[in-house]
Design a protein around this ligand. Structure first.
Ligand code: FES
Length: 236
């Protein structure tokens, strides 16, 4: 039988009806060699304390719902192997967003920033009979930023976002980039105007926290710099 891995898991808890202040709970778990941190959290929820509140869905790094602060770094619990963090791990809700309960944060400020940059294709021309075509070279300009799953790992690792709730944050700029550089889109200038304002791309101080945190390995800081450059040189 495969050897078990011992994990001492500390979880930051917050349940205002039980205690107006956040507290830490600690669990001693025996996990399998292929288990992820999400399995350990499920173990706690299913066998130790059913009141533990957290978001998760796909368990395969696609939906982005189980982003959290793991040993001081943002990551998806379903993509962190227990064997890589044992024997101890500390799990907290994402920073910079209001905590609703345990590991669940209010994502509305994050999505407000996302919505503000028009994160969809704008093209008022008569639609063609088939797809709106583009060359592989045109597609390569924004391919990296299509990988975003809106988990908020980048935005909530950004010190500017922590201190300025007006800043739209890295994920919003990544999603603006995805359409600004799309040859089929016509609203690049509008988006760049939005991002040239005091809540936009020039708030970025290139700390690279966002790039390090992205579970999809998007070059977030680079995308932000490309948006800044396109704005400064009036590329569109
Ligand atoms: S549960 Fe979907 S990304 Fe982890």
């Amino acid at each position: 039988m495969a050897e078990k891995i011992h994990l001492k898991l500390r979880i930051r808890r917050y349940q205002p009806e039980r205690n107006p202040k956040a507290w830490w709970d600690e669990y001693e778990l025996e996990m399998g060699p292929m288990d992820r941190l999400l399995d350990a959290l499920n173990e706690v929820k299913w066998h130790h304390d059913g009141t533990l509140a957290m978001r998760r869905s796909c368990a395969h790094g696609i939906c982005g719902s189980d982003a959290m602060l793991i040993n001081g770094r943002n990551a998806l619990a379903c993509k962190v192997m227990v064997k890589d963090i044992a024997p101890k791990a500390r799990v907290e809700p994402l920073r910079g967003l209001p905590v609703i309960r345990d590991l669940i944060v209010d994502m509305e400020p994050f999505f407000a920033g996302y919505r503000s940059v028009l994160p969809y294709l704008v093209n008022d021309e008569e639609p063609p009979d088939t797809e709106r075509l583009q060359t592989p070279e045109e597609h390569a300009e924004f391919e990296d930023t299509t990988k975003c799953i809106l988990c908020a790992c980048c935005t909530t690792s950004c010190p500017i976002f922590w201190g300025d709730d007006g800043y739209v944050g890295p994920a919003a700029i990544v999603n603006a980039h995805r359409f600004i550089f799309d040859s089929r889109d016509e609203a690049g200038r509008t988006r760049m105007k939005i991002l040239a304002g005091k809540t936009g791309a020039f708030r970025c101080r290139t700390t690279f926290n966002c790039t390090e945190a992205c579970p999809r390995t998007i070059k977030v800081t680079r995308a932000i710099q490309e948006v800044k450059r396109a704005t400064l040189f009036d590329r569109f």
